[in-house]
Design a protein around this ligand. Structure first.
Ligand code: AMP
Length: 307
């Protein structure tokens, strides 16, 4: 049930209407690991600069995240800065500084190469491909991307898509990638380029799973308070992949439950700045929220509906 993630390990500066965090722990691999490690052991591949406060990642190591694939290079860590407007749905990227990621050449430790479940977090698609080339026979490969790479590395991204089983993107990215405003058609466009499964995230409005035979919708969790949406997508991916690694299957029911655990972990991510909410999150809290999701969505048709 080994679950490998490659992605950014970042220092984020985030402003929301409720406050600001400077150089907080961030990055796709960090959020993913913080969420996924509550389901299954995680192997992390990434790079940080010599300015990175490595001991801040101790909580991940204590929870079974293997950091052997986290390289420490000379130079500045990846930094991202973003600002959210009042409705928290739209964010503006103020700065992306690749730092040590610009010259990163992932070297997958021997012990990681048999990973069965692989998540290629949001980084340069060239690096995502490079990682994929070093892994033996994964059962399922999922990947994420964003506008930055859709605009800047489209050809490489298309090459990657042909080799992955599942693409997880938000609605804006699906539209940008496919050039189609309609999400059902956008998902079909993506299917035709490789991924069997497409998950389109719609922020607080939930996420949709498109498989070749079915569509499943997971709502967003109606929270009283949303503090910082950063990392919700990666935490969703962590819950999704973590559940698959834990249950060991990919049939329709497994994928549907994965959608719910993804939504559960995304909803926890936004309750505090950075990865703070994951530090003391318990398995009981996760299961309780999953039950709320079930209660929120179960319904029966009238008897005379004839089904
Ligand atoms: P999410 O809110 O799930 O989209 O993820 C936000 C995280 O992605 C932040 O912690 C950033 O550090 C990271 N991030 C932002 N832009 C990039 C990029 N171009 N490449 C890799 N990671 C990024």
């Amino acid at each position: 049930m080994s679950l490998l993630v490659v992605g950014s390990v970042a220092l984020d500066t985030v402003s929301t209407p409720f406050g600001r965090a400077d150089d907080a722990l961030g990055g796709s691999a960090t959020f993913f690991s913080a969420a996924a490690s509550l389901f299954a052991p995680v192997q992390l591949v990434g790079v940080v600069g010599d300015d990175y406060p490595l001991d801040a990642l101790d909580f991940l190591a204590e929870r079974g995240v293997d950091l052997d694939g986290l390289e420490r290079a000379r130079g500045e860590s990846f930094r991202w800065a973003g600002e959210y407007s009042f409705d928290l749905n739209s964010r503006e990227t103020l700065e992306t500084r690749l730092g040590v990621f610009a010259d990163f050449q992932p070297k997958i430790p021997e012990g990681f190469r048999d990973a069965e479940w692989v998540f290629l977090g949001n980084i340069d698609p060239v690096l995502q491909l490079d990682v994929l080339n070093q892994i033996h026979r994964p059962r399922l490969v999922a990947c994420d991307t964003m506008n930055f790479w859709i605009e800047g590395k489209r050809a490489e991204l298309m090459e990657l898509l042909a080799r992955v089983d599942l693409l997880l993107v938000n609605d804006g990215e699906a539209r940008q990638l496919s050039g189609d405003h309609n999400l059902a058609r956008a998902a079909r466009w993506i299917h035709e380029r490789g991924p069997r499964y497409v998950v389109i995230k719609k922020g607080e409005h939930g996420a949709i799973l498109f498989t070749p035979h079915s569509v499943f919708f997971a709502p967003g969790y109606p929270l009283d308070e949303v503090f910082d949406p950063t990392g919700a997508g990666d935490a969703f991916a962590g819950g999704f992949m973590g559940h698959l690694a834990r249950c060991g299957g990919t049939d329709d029911a497994d994928l549907r439950r994965a959608m719910i655990y993804g939504s559960v972990m995304g909803s926890f991510a936004v309750e505090k700045f950075s990865v703070e909410r994951f530090k003391d999150l318990t398995a009981d809290e996760i299961e309780e929220r999953a039950r709320h999701f079930r209660d929120m969505t179960v319904f029966e048709l009238p008897v005379d509906a004839g089904v």
